[in-house]
Design a protein around this ligand. Structure first.
Ligand SMILES: *[C@@H]1O[C@H](CO)[C@@H](O)[C@H](O)[C@H]1NC(C)=O
Length: 430
């Protein structure tokens, strides 16, 4: 598919027309002064034409967006996109940083290994209701608990986020405590909760984002009914403890990370609608990981829209009488990263995750042709390098915008992994 070209202004033929009409008139009028006047006009027209051609040259292929217009106003949210357009628009700085286009909650993850995320969180703080820096691991050494990660905490940055936008700051804590005792024994469960609540109080956090389900899955905690119930009980107690904490400036929140259900037929390790119901009152939000549908072993779209929809249907129900309060607590996961898969057979390198800057350099280098895959509602392109064929799936304004609309249609919230991996103009949609 050829890149769509905008109408070219036909400056050259305009110049010719002007040129010939002046020559004609000068043939008919003999007066010398008139001739020279016409010559001056001619030169002026030529200069004007050169100026116009030069001045508007970039807009022959890409329209530039005036300040204060959104990417929607600019007509950039569409299926037919070109590398040139993305290259010229992605980093534009005229985004209104205080305007919010998505009314429900928006949670932004940032990671210590990508400092761009910290910058984006500061810059677009007003667009996020929650910011979650990925800082902590809770581990056990024998019966002792160790909370690792305080060295990551950056109180200066937290103050700036709060000053810029007033969003809640909830560091992510990954539960790396594998001894079953910690779930089975009441005292040990309480100890885990105490460690977390104390860290929130000491550091002035607004609560935490807890990730434990993936670990419980990996360590087979969830296939045993007793253990599974204890695990749910732990989340319940943690939520209550955070909410009832009095000596803090603000109410402490608990956001809980959940995987996308594996299928309609729920397994023990799936976090299903019953679990959602059980925890709905004590958890403030569920960060739903609706990404990584494909992998380098089975290349394809990162998060097909129909799959995202079916995940929401499994969790909330198919009908129109789903619980709107629960739906608003689902923070639908959106990826700001993409994948560059090697699709040649027999290649040892299978490719993997790419960030915004990698994507931009691929566009510059290969000037690829984009394709829109309707079924998944994602753009992708193919390129070749060193005899290997690559397929690149990376979010675009349209793919993002359709996922935001899906969340809106359910009255759900959003979570973004992670904001330092995206392109500047993505934030215009939030
Ligand atoms: C940005 O958006 C806010 C909120 O919608 C609005 O009040 C403000 O005027 C906008 N700023 C500019 C420069 O358009």
């Amino acid at each position: 598919m050829a890149a769509r070209r905008r109408d070219r202004r036909n400056s050259e033929s305009t110049t010719k027309k002007v040129d010939s009409s002046i020559l004609t008139s000068s043939n008919h009028v003999a007066a010398k002064s008139f001739v020279s006047f016409n010559h001056i006009l001619l030169i002026l027209f030529i200069l004007l034409s050169i100026f116009l051609v030069y001045h508007y040259r970039p807009s022959l292929t890409v329209r530039e967006l005036p300040e204060d217009l959104s990417v929607h106003d600019g007509g950039f949210v569409k299926t037919k996109i070109s590398p040139q357009e993305i290259l010229s628009e992605h980093s534009r700085d005229s985004i209104n940083t205080t305007k919010r286009s998505f009314v429900n909650h928006v949670l932004a993850y940032v990671t210590p290994w990508n400092s761009l995320g910290y910058e984006m969180a500061e810059k677009f703080a007003s667009k996020f209701t929650h910011v979650s820096p990925v800082w902590y691991d809770l581990k056990s050494e024998g019966k002792k608990l160790v909370l690792e990660g305080r060295h990551n905490a950056d109180s200066g940055w937290i103050s700036k986020i709060r000053a810029n936008g007033g969003s809640l700051v909830l560091p992510r804590v990954v539960l790396e405590v594998f001894s079953p005792e910690f779930l089975l024994k009441k005292q040990l469960r309480s100890n885990m909760i105490k460690v977390i609540v104390n860290e929130c109080k000491d550091m002035g956090y607004d609560g935490i984002v807890l990730e434990s389900w993936s670990r419980w899955t990996a360590y087979d905690v969830l296939s045993d009914t007793t253990m599974r119930n204890k695990a749910l009980q732990f989340i319940n107690q943690l939520g209550k403890a955070l909410h009832s904490e009095k000596n803090t400036a603000r109410r402490l929140n608990l956001i809980y990370v959940i995987p996308a259900p594996s299928s309609q037929d729920l397994k023990d390790h799936d976090f299903g609608p019953d679990d959602l119901q059980k925890l709905g009152d004590v958890v403030d939000g569920f960060s739903l990981m609706t990404y990584d549908f494909s992998s380098s072993l089975s290349p394809g779209p990162n998060a097909p829209l129909i799959w995202i929809r079916s995940c929401l249907q499994i969790l909330l129900g198919n009908n129109d009488n789903y619980d709107a309060n629960l739906a608003s607590k689902i923070f639908l996961g959106i990826n700001f990263y993409g994948n560059d898969f090697v699709i040649s057979e027999g290649s040892t390198n299978r490719g993997g995750t790419i960030l915004g800057r990698d994507y931009i350099s691929l566009l510059e280098k290969h000037q690829p042709t984009f394709q829109w895959e309707k079924k998944s509602s994602e753009h992708f392109f193919i390129y070749s390098h060193d005899n290997d064929r690559h397929a690149v799936f990376y979010p675009t304004l349209l793919s993002m915008s359709m996922r935001l609309d899906e969340a809106r249609s359910w009255g759900a919230s959003l979570s973004i992994w992670e904001i330092g991996q995206g392109l500047n103009y993505f934030f215009d949609l939030l």
